[in-house]
Design a binder for this molecule. Structure first.
Ligand code: FES
Length: 68
């Protein structure tokens, strides 16, 4: 699994959504969205690649002032 990325499962798969609807994919390998940013949820549309947070930048208001 890619951190903050999809969960890859062998297809075909059927996913039961919260409202009870069933979504099916017949692909050989199915990428299920784990970040909930996908416009094709429950399937990954690579939206997880955008705005992935890394470490905060230095001096970005971390409250680490000294000498006050
Ligand atoms: S995991 Fe790829 S869009 Fe959510």
């Amino acid at each position: 699994m890619i951190p903050a990325g999809p969960i890859l499962v062998p297809g075909p798969v059927e996913v039961v959504m919260d409202d009870g609807t069933v979504v099916r994919s017949d692909r050989f390998m199915v990428a299920l969205c784990a970040c909930r940013r996908s416009r094709r949820y429950p399937f990954c549309d690579t939206s997880h690649r955008r705005r992935v947070r890394t470490r905060p930048t230095e001096g970005a208001g971390d409250g680490g002032s000294v000498g006050e």
